[in-house]
Design a protein around this ligand. Sequence first.
Ligand code: DC
Length: 650
Amino acid sequence: MNYLDLPALKCASGTVKLPGSKSISNRMLLLAALASGATETRDLLDSDDTRVMLAALKKVGVGVTALGKNAYRISGCAGVFPGKDADLFMGNAGTAIRPLTASLALSGGHYQVSGVPRMHERPIGDLVDGLRQIGCDVRYTGNDGFPPLEIFPASINLDAPIRVRGDVSSQFLTALLMALPLTGKQAVIEMSTELISKPYIEITLNLMARFGVKVERDGWQRFTISAGQRYRSPGLLHVEGDASSASYFLAAGAIGGGPVRVEGVGRQSIQGDVKFADALETMGARVVWGDNWIEASAPADGQLKAFDLDLNHIPDAAMTLAVAALFADGPCRLRNIASWRVKETDRITAMATELRKLGATVEEGEDWIAVSPAPTYLPNVAIDTYDDHRVAMCFALTALGGVPVRINDPGCVAKTFPQYFDAFGAIAAPVIAIDGPSASGKGTVAQRVAEALGFHFLDSGALYRLTALAALRAGVALEDEPAVAAVAAVLPAEFVGEQVLLAGDDVTTAIRAEEVGVGASKVAAFPSVRAALFDRQRAYRRFPGLVADGRDMGSVVFPEAPVKVFLTASAAARAERRYNQLIDKGMPANIRPLLQDILQELRERDARDAARSVAPLKQCDDAELVDTTLLGIEQTVAAVMEIVHRKRPF
Ligand code: DC
């Protein structure tokens, strides 16, 4: 896809399960590779940057076995890599090329290391200088100070401390720290400049400790690894969620009302980027912390405040603040972010250029950027993303400030978050909830409204019908709540155009049968069945938007929906419609139920749907009532569209 158009969005709320942390994933993979014993990693990030690392490790002889979704077994080499000759392509992954280069330089082999053209513009000189001081033979095959590199076997001498700069990237220090235990000797590193992005070093030290290697630290000045320490596998490790990726969703809650909750990082996180939540709080956002989650909502008065912050400790997440600044109440300044210049692109220039396109006034310096909000922004601006995942992700937030925006090359998010726009849609795409009793015409109306708007459509009743049908087919008694819930949890249902499939079998007509409808109404009364279908229904919330039809769309499944409609009609009118439908379908009179029996059955079903303890059928307070007793389909669609236009959810 060349671009993605995001409409002006009104609100964001919901929960996002974060993908694994990039920083932790790539460090963990390398440490597991160098350790003795096998390590099982769970919840690893699945993205370009981790794929690059996995591929490189395999090439140098590390055993990598996929164990299922985002889980791997890494068979450690108990020291240096066994593969002594390899040509390694590292894409644009800084977290892979830097640490790997240091470990390769100590592995006694001949290696070539290269990346995409931008990687060949990203500095690595400070690391190579550090490695050369101890005797490593690392040569530049392109420009001095930059990849590509060629590495040769060498003898290592650790008698003197290694002096290394820490003011361009903290990854050089991380790379040395992780590699030096391979020598088995005492190693000392001294910083020759100030160290930036310190929290990333804390991640490194924390993970090294989990693999059994302790580093003594003198402030942020001197690091000592005592002799004889070796990496040992801790066995099983879980990767926490990515705190940098969390920033977009937390900001979405702050800009778009919220609450938006991210799961996978929280109070217990070892990632410095969780401090982004504090910066957001400085802007007035309301933030709540759990052990493994963080939640953000807009300020009580709805207005984000201006800020002037040193963001050296959260350089990646700080980009998100530059976009949030568009909606602050005054000029905002982001300071001490020089590392932006040597990331995936020159991020200071990129952010300034794109923010200006929208109409903001932006000033920039060598290591700072200042954003002055404008009263209004230009709609439908095409944002260039410079093959930088974070530019694409943070500019999506513009839409939540009510500014429709085009994101060019949205696929670049695959570097760290391939499903980003789906996850963003799941909290921000507009939802139109249409609830009401059986035969109120809402199915047809909801489908027509979805077509008119070009939105996705969720027929939630079909999921309950499918559950009942699947249970009946499996011989499960509809009264057996746990068994029916188990059926619902793994329902093999698919919607392909107009067709409904159950385990590949076309059941489009079968689920409309009367006994299936009655069965659906029974199983729908079970709380555990409703819980089992909840996430599945929420997953329909995607760009450009969703029309959801059911009984509890507005009250339970999408309580945040900006448009809620309750469609109803008198029981007599609904019974008559159903009766006429049967005639239209050609059902012969001798097997056709009597009108009064249909009416009786509808009343019973209404009573059951309304009386159940969970998600009973009722009009919620913020839903608009449309009585269709005297309306045809066209008139009802028009009435709903009038509500949609009046509420302007996008
Ligand atoms: O809309 P429908 O007739 O296809 O729904 C079938 C049954 O499923 C209905 O009796 C109530 C139940 N249902 C529900 O409980 N919650 C929903 N969101 C949708 C349907």
